[in-house]
Design a protein around this ligand. Structure first.
Ligand code: DX5
Ligand code: ZN
Length: 218
């Protein structure tokens, strides 16, 4: 699988209905939802209320990326809002294993996010339980930042760890993905590719999405 997950953070919230309808006309299956608490990251985005509204009108796979401290306090409300996948940063909680179980007990997929500074070692005792690993290729907090090229080394190591685990774990990347670097990440074995500012811009959602899918050969 190789899929593009547009990040709602870069959408024009005034025209959200129109933009969702455009996305529906593309091959897109996943919608990436960035939740920022103004605490773990220096930005505030949106919460479960917005997701609940979108859930009523769209059937994308909702890929929720929590950038919040104490994610354990928010799992229930995001599950109720319609999340299909919830990923969190392990440094935001004292007991990451417990949060993974909490998410999985709701019957949805659980993901771990590796911040740009986070070593892959953190995966050693989590990999047996998780469904997704999200590698940050920018420092979390904002859309439209530049891709950090050194992250490709981490992508290769994590790809190998997943293959060796023998488990069915989705590898995802997030931040600074454009048409000029998407092939490199797809070829390195990333299956779910987040793109925000490269999808929601004046060139048009449909055009941008088609260009991405053409490049990754799906
Ligand atoms: C950054 C977010 C990303 C962001 C990606 O903290 O996690 O999902 O929206 O935006 P682009 O693709 O513009 O870097
Ligand atoms: Zn994200």
């Amino acid at each position: 699988m190789r899929e593009i997950a547009p990040s709602l953070l870069s959408a024009d919230f005034y025209n959200i209905e129109k933009q969702m309808n455009e996305l529906r006309q593309t091959k897109v299956k996943y919608l990436h939802l960035d939740i920022m608490d103004g605490n773990y990251v220096p930005n505030i985005s949106f919460g479960p209320g917005i997701i609940k509204n979108l859930r009523k009108k769209t059937d994308f796979i909702f890929d929720v990326h929590l950038m919040v401290n104490k994610p354990e306090n928010y799992i229930d409300s995001f599950v109720d809002a319609g999340a299909d996948i919830i990923s969190f940063h392990p440094e935001t909680t004292i007991h990451p294993n417990r949060v993974v179980s909490q998410i999985k007990s709701k019957g949805i997929k659980a993901g771990i996010v590796l911040n740009t500074h986070t070593d892959v070692d953190i995966l050693k005792y989590l990999i047996q339980d998780i469904d997704l690993i999200l590698i940050m290729s920018v420092v979390p907090g904002f859309g439209g930042q530049a891709f950090i090229p050194q992250i490709m080394d981490k992508v290769k190591v994590v790809r190998e760890m997943i293959d060796q685990s023998g488990r069915d774990i989705i590898l995802e990347i997030d931040g600074g993905i454009k048409t000029h670097n998407v092939k490199e990440v797809a070829d390195a074995g990333v299956e779910l590719i987040v793109a925000g500012s490269a999808i929601f811009n004046e060139k048009g959602i449909i055009n941008n999405t088609e260009e991405f899918y053409k490049i990754i050969g799906e």
